[in-house]
Design a protein around this ligand. Structure first.
Ligand code: AMP
Length: 185
C-alpha cells in the first residue's frame, strides 16, 4: 500500500488485510509501538520521525525482515508504508525471493496535495501525533516525493501498480480498492 502521508493508507490497509485474512504490517505502527514502549528501536526511530525524516534503511529493513518471517505471514501479508526507498525495494525483493514469495500488487492511493495537507492537519488535532505539526508535515511530503514517489513508476513498469482514487468516504475508497484488486468483500 503506497501513497503520500495522509492518503489513508493505514485506514484502508486495516480493512483490506482483514478481508484478505492476512497480517497488516505497518512500519509506521511498529515504530510508534516501539516509541510508546520506550525500546531502543523506538528511541532511535523517534529522532527521525519527529523530524519528518525516514528511519535509516538498515533499521527499517531488519525490522521488516524479522516481522515477515513469522509464521502468520506464510499465507501472505499486506505491507503498509514499506518499501519507501530504492534500497528498501532491493531488500524486500531479496526477502521475498528467499521465502519463495512475490508481490501480487502494489496499490497506490492517489490524493491531491491540498487534501493531504488538510487531512494531516485535522489528524494532528485529533490524534496529537508528534510528527503531524505543520513543519514536519511539509518535510514528510518532501521526503515522500523525493524518495518514494519514484518507486511507483518502477512498480508500474513491472506491471504491478494498481492506482485507486483515495478521495472520499472511507467505505467508498474501500469499494474502489476491492474492485481494483478483485477482492470479494
Ligand atoms: P507512517 O505512519 O507510515 O506515515 O510512518 C510514520 C513515520 O515512520 C515516517 O514519517 C518515518 O519517519 C517512519 N517510517 C515508517 N515507515 C518507514 C519506512 N518504510 N522507511 C523509513 N521510515 C519509515
Amino acid at each position: 500500500m503506497m501513497g503520500p502521508p495522509g492518503a489513508g493508507k493505514g485506514t484502508q490497509a486495516a480493512v483490506i488485510s482483514a478481508m484478505l485474512g492476512v497480517p497488516h504490517i505497518s512500519t509506521g505502527d511498529i515504530f510508534r509501538a516501539n516509541v510508546s514502549a520506550g525500546t531502543p528501536l523506538g528511541v532511535e526511530a523517534k529522532r527521525y520521525m519527529d523530524a519528518g525524516e525516514y528511519v535509516p534503511d538498515g533499521v527499517t529493513n531488519a525490522m521488516v525482515r524479522d516481522r515477515i518471517t513469522h509464521d502468520d505471514c506464510r499465507p501472505g501479508f499486506l505491507l503498509d508504508g514499506y518499501p519507501r526507498t530504492v534500497e528498501q525495494v532491493g531488500e524486500l525483493n531479496a526477502m521475498l525471493a528467499s521465502a519463495s514469495q512475490k508481490l501480487d500488487a502494489v496499490l497506490e492511493l492517489t490524493v491531491d496535495l491540498d487534501e493531504v495537507v488538510s487531512r494531516l492537519v485535522k489528524r494532528s488535532s485529533e490524534q496529537g501525533r508528534s510528527d503531524d505539526t505543520e513543519d514536519v508535515i511539509r518535510r514528510r511530503l518532501e521526503v515522500y516525493f523525493e524518495q518514494t514517489a519514484p518507486l511507483i513508476e518502477m512498480y508500474e513498469s513491472q506491471g504491478l501498480l494498481v492506482q485507486v482514487d483515495g478521495l472520499g468516504a472511507i467505505d467508498d475508497v474501500t469499494g474502489r480498492v476491492t474492485a481494483a484488486l478483485n477482492i470479494e468483500a
